[in-house]
Structure formats: structure tokens, C-alpha cells
Design a protein around this ligand. Structure first.
Ligand code: GCU
Length: 608
């Protein structure tokens, strides 16, 4: 694994603006560099009801909705009035708040007034947990920033635009799909539009702790390495890092770019693992700023076809998940949804979840940290992407940078995935290669992977995993649907699996559909018995593969997809869930649960 040159990392961290500028088109300015750990900073929530105007003909910009005009008798008269318009709750998608917006794709304008008095010597940002897909932000009629990408946070410099007292923020959010976007035109999930995650005012001192990486040294588990980068700092600053519970502390001084590196001897450290998800309170202080975080310390690496957590071989007992709410329609967000969904994964016997196919809400990752679930986090470079287009590459690089910037200190995340099921081509390989190199530069402490369905199946019942992109990866993910899209479940009994690569494999997707409560013969598709049969054959076949180090079947819960319209069975849902959309466990749920409990028992027996 190549080490990262400090100069390269610093350059990479500082060229965020350039990448996002390349990805964006016309607006005044791109978001400022990502601020980490917003949940533990001084913030004011702007969540709640926002007025909205749907703008199917994209008229709002020409009519200057961002001026927040008021009804008046004089010319030029306005033909909108936010304050008299209906509201949408934020965070939340617009689709399942208003029946007339359920299938709406296009622009919606949001408006929120708030009273605010900025404290002295304070830098103020507007922070968005996510806005799907393309957001433009105005504050008090001034253009603030623009962001593209529906699943990663962004923060906009607001200090100058803020007024003392009444302020009005206006955001246009457009979720129309385009061929050169990430994801592209046809993802197999529902395109939930809007301000789907928290919106906050973030207050930091003029010189503040912007980003940091605090990780256990992979080569020496008695040492913590890392760096801290200050925002707004032009001269060297003193800073300290403390782990009170371990009575550990160290000091460092930043360079002129605001970056400081440190090493800390970590004697007495309890390592983070799914069995013992130990998190430590970590305190970072500078002359003007301090922040706390809850961080777990563990190492993750590969050795041949093995995956090692804290130096010990581990099998990833996983499940795939989409970010969909439970007990209500719409995008999931916040702690409660995270606790419920990850609680179901724990009930299945999982120690691992693949969060598909985009970065989920930060509260999901922090919950995985606490519950002891390892995480595969992915950017939505999904199936057919415009691999020849440099702007599309810049969009993917920006989302990768934002994903890693937000979650780099979460022990739960062990795998960064740069794509899912992309068709092999020279352009695709070059595109993914650049993302893989970038991920390694931004974070050399984790494993890099991708999910491929590009396997060589020329000979019947023979599967060769020879996708050339595997050469670049630490771990490769394979999606295969034998028994559903191909053949019948019994074909698995005679399938031979091989790969030319000496690397660990995760079967990142397998499964089939069933409607909860539909029963019949095991050979009858769409029944729970058929899905159960697929799982029995898949598990029996996969457990024989010597280089298999993990499974994450498709998928924990039935989820909405416009591709799935079989009346009386799918009705707009992909039914490959082990749990129905209203929380009922299907028969296959217990097949997987038995397998995972057996593996867990073997692991703990070995650990004795
Ligand atoms: C694919 C894909 C998923 C999709 C699934 C399916 O493998 O990665 O996003 O939902 O198959 O067809 O159900």
C-alpha cells in the first residue's frame, strides 16, 4: 500500500474548490472546504417548515424568486409570494409530503426567514447535510453558493451576507436526472428530491478547526497518527490533542497552510470492534477553537485473500441497505431511523452493512460506530455513467472528497467503494482508476473496493472474477443473481467460482424478490418460499469459496423503485428485501440469520 506524501495530501485537500468549480457551471461561488464534525459544533438548526414554490418550467431564476419579492400594487409586480405559499418540512424529501409532488422531478424553491445576531469575531457558515440533487443558495438576495450531488454535505460562507436581525435564505433544489450526472439517468431507486438532511447555521471562530484525521497506525497498533487542518489560519498556530480517558495528550504547530501532523503513543487503548465498539472522547484545542469527537481506534487491512480487523482475520456478515425511512414513506434521516434500520441488521446477526449506493446520513455512520457495525460506504457511480466526460469525473471526485472528508474519523467505515456495476471499457477503467488513486491519497488507512457484475461466465456454471479493475482494489465486491436474473437456485449447487487475483472477495449482492405473505411452492417465483430457496442455495454455494471474506445480500428492506411496477406484487417496490416496507420479516430473513449466527458462534469459539 503506497504511503501518502504530505505535500500531495495538502494539495489534494486545498484543491477542493477547483474540483467543485470544474463540476459546477455558472453560479457565483462553490461551497467552502468541508467542515467536519458539525454535529459537535455550535450550531443553530434551520430545520422545520420552509415555504416552497414548485417551478416545473424553470421560471424562477428569470423571475428572480431569489429576491423574495412581495405582492405590491406597483410594477414590476411579482407573481409569487413565499410567505403566503405552502410549506415543506426540512429535513425531508418533497415527494412524500405533498401528493402533487410524489412523482415530481424538477426545481422546487425553498424559503426560510430567521432572526439572527452574529456573535463578534465569528465565522458563520450555512451547512446542508444534503440537497438532492443540484442546489443554489441565496442569503438576503445575495448568491451564496451552488452544490451538485444529492448525498454529501456542503457548507457556504455566510458571514458577509448575514444581517443583524431578520434574514431570509432561499434555496432552489433541482432533482432532474441527466446523463452526465452522478448518479446518471436510471438508478434502480426512487429519486427523492429536496433538502433531505439537516440545515444548520454553523458558528466558528475566525481561525477554526476545519478537518482532521485521527487514526490508529496500521503498522503499529500502539501509535495514533494524524493531522489537523485549520480554516482561516494564515500563520502557524499551536494546538493540542487530548484523550482524557487514557490521559494521553500531544501538542503540535501548524504550517502556513494551517496543517499540523502528530503522533501519539496509544498505550492502554481498547480497540474498536463489532463485539466491543469502544469510542473515546477526543478533544482538539487551538488558541481560539476547541472541538470534541467520539472516535474508535482499529486497523483494517488485507493479507492475501484475508481481511484483518485489528490484525485478526474477520468474515464480514453483512446486508445491503438503501436510505429509506421505516414506518413512513420517504428518505430516512436522523438517529431514530438509523437506530431502527441498523437494529434490524444486528437482529440478522450482521457485523457489517453495505450502505448502497451513496453516502448515507452522518447519523447512520455514527450509529454504526456505536452499535459496532462495519460499513461499506459508496459514491453513486452507478451502472451506465458518462465515463468519457471530464466534468462527470470531476463530479465523482467531488462526491468522493466530500464523503471521505465527512466520515474519515468513523471507525465503523472500513471500505470506500468508488462504483457499482459499471460496464467494462477502457474509459471506465481509467475513470475508476483515477477515483481509486484519489481515495488512497485522501485516506491511506482504509480498504478500497468496488462492486462489479462484470464476471466471465462464458462456460456454463463457471464464474471467473477477472474484471481488470480488481487489480487496483484491496477487496473486490461481486454482484451476482444466480437463481433470480439467471437460471434457477439449484444452478448454484454446480457453479464453480474462481479468480486470477489473490485478493479477498465480498459477494456484495445476491438475492431475489418475494412479496411478504405470498406463499407457494419453492419453485414459484415471487413467493417467500422461492426467495428462501435462493438464500439456502446461495449460502451453501458461497461458503465453499476459499477467497470469500464477506457477504451483503440485496437487501435489508423492500424499497421504492420506479422500475418495479408488477401490480399486486411490486407496486413500485423492489421486493428483494428480507423485510417488507412495513417491517414484516420474510422467510429468507431467518435463513440468513441462522447462517450469520453460526458464523458468529464459530468466530467467538475461535477467539476463546
Ligand atoms: C443491481 C443493483 C441494485 C438493484 C439490484 C436489483 O445489482 O446494484 O441497485 O436494485 O441489482 O436488480 O434488484
Amino acid at each position: 500500500m503506497q504511503s501518502v506524501k504530505p505535500v500531495r495530501l495538502a494539495k489534494m485537500l486545498s484543491c477542493f474548490a477547483w474540483i467543485s468549480m470544474l463540476a459546477l457551471s455558472s453560479f457565483a461561488q462553490s461551497p467552502s472546504s468541508p467542515i467536519q464534525n458539525v454535529v459537535n459544533r455550535k450550531t443553530i438548526s434551520l430545520n422545520g417548515d420552509w415555504h416552497y414554490i414548485a417551478d416545473p418550467h424553470e421560471e424562477g431564476t428569470a423571475r428572480r424568486y431569489y429576491l423574495n419579492g412581495k405582492l405590491s400594487g406597483t410594477r414590476p409586480f411579482v407573481e409569487y409570494d413565499f410567505n403566503a405559499s405552502p410549506t415543506l418540512r426540512v429535513p425531508g424529501d418533497w415527494n412524500f409530503q405533498r401528493p402533487e409532488l410524489q412523482l415530481y422531478e424538477g426545481t422546487v424553491w425553498y424559503q426560510k426567514s430567521f432572526d439572527y445576531h452574529a456573535p463578534a469575531n465569528t465565522h458563520v457558515f450555512l451547512y446542508f447535510g444534503a440537497a438532492n440533487y443540484h442546489a443554489r443558495v441565496w442569503l438576503n438576495e445575495k448568491p451564496l453558493c451552488e452544490h451538485e450531488g444529492g448525498f454529501t454535505p456542503f457548507n457556504c460562507e455566510a458571514t458577509a451576507a448575514l444581517q443583524d436581525g431578520q434574514n431570509v435564505v432561499i434555496v432552489s433544489v433541482n432533482d432532474a436526472r441527466h446523463a452526465d450526472d452522478i448518479p446518471s439517468l436510471r438508478p434502480d431507486w426512487f429519486n427523492y428530491g429536496g433538502l433531505t438532511r439537516d440545515v444548520r447555521i454553523v458558528e466558528v471562530p475566525r481561525q477554526f478547526i476545519e478537518q482532521y484525521s485521527i487514526q490508529l497506525d496500521r503498522k503499529n497498533m500502539g501509535r495514533i497518527n494524524g493531522w489537523i487542518r485549520l480554516g482561516g489560519a494564515s500563520t502557524p498556530q499551536k494546538l493540542s490533542l487530548r484523550i482524557p480517558e487514557l490521559k494521553l495528550s500531544t501538542e503540535a504547530t501548524t504550517d502556513n497552510q494551517g496543517l499540523a501532523r502528530f503522533t501519539l503513543n496509544a498505550s492502554g487503548l481498547q480497540l474498536w470492534s463489532p463485539e466491543k465498539p469502544k469510542l473515546y472522547r477526543v478533544e482538539i484545542s487551538t488558541e481560539s477553537d476547541q472541538i470534541v469527537d467520539e472516535i474508535g481506534f482499529r486497523t483494517i487491512e488485507t493479507r492475501g485473500t484475508d481481511i484483518l480487523l485489528n490484525g485478526r482475520s474477520i468474515f464480514l456478515r453483512g446486508i445491503d441497505m438503501h436510505e429509506e425511512a421505516v414506518n413512513r414513506a420517504g428518505r430516512a434521516h436522523g438517529e431514530d431511523d438509523a437506530r431502527t434500520l441498523l437494529g434490524w441488521a444486528k437482529e440478522l446477526g450482521c457485523n457489517f452493512v453495505r450502505l448502497a449506493h451513496y453516502p448515507h446520513d452522518e447519523s447512520m455512520i455514527r450509529m454504526a460506530d456505536r452499535l459496532g457495525l462495519m460499513v461499506w460506504s459508496e459514491i453513486p457511480v452507478y451502472q451506465g455513467i458518462d465515463f468519457k466526460n471530464p466534468q462527470t469525473l470531476a463530479k465523482a471526485q467531488q462526491q468522493l472528497t466530500e464523503m471521505i472528508a465527512r466520515d474519515r474519523n468513523r471507525a465503523a467505515i472500513v471500505l470506500w467503494s468508488v462504483s457499482n456495476e459499471t460496464p467494462k471499457s477502457a474509459e471506465r477503467n481509467a475513470f475508476l482508476h483515477q477515483l481509486i488513486v484519489m481515495a488512497r491519497t485522501l485516506d491511506p488507512t482504509r480498504l478500497i473496493t468496488t462492486a462489479t457484475n462484470q464476471t466471465n461466465a462464458t462456460e456454463p456454471h463457471k464464474r471467473v472474477f477477472d474484471d481488470p479493475i480488481i487489480a487496483d482494489l484491496d477487496v473486490f465486491g461481486v454482484n451476482q443473481y444466480i437463481g433470480w436474473y439467471e437460471g434457477v437456485p439449484a444452478d448454484l449447487d454446480i457453479t464453480i467460482w474462481s479468480t486470477p487475483y489473490n485478493k479477498p472477495m465480498i459477494v456484495s449482492e445476491f438475492g431475489g424478490e418475494s412479496k411478504y405473505g405470498l406463499h407457494g411452492a419453492a419453485s414459484q417465483r415471487w413467493t417467500e418460499e422461492y426467495q428462501e430457496d435462493i438464500y439456502k442455495h446461495q449460502i451453501a454455494a458461497l461458503r465453499k469459496i476459499p477467497f470469500l471474506r464477506g457477504t451483503s445480500p440485496w437487501i435489508l428492506k423492500d424499497f421504492r423503485s420506479p422500475h418495479r411496477q408488477l401490480p399486486g406484487i411490486q407496486d413500485g417496490f423492489n421486493r428483494k428485501g428480507l423485510i417488507s416496507e412495513s417491517g414484516e420479516r420474510k422467510k429468507a430473513f431467518y435463513v440468513l440469520q441462522r447462517f450469520y449466527r453460526e458464523l458468529a458462534a464459530q468466530t467467538s469459539a475461535r477467539a476463546q
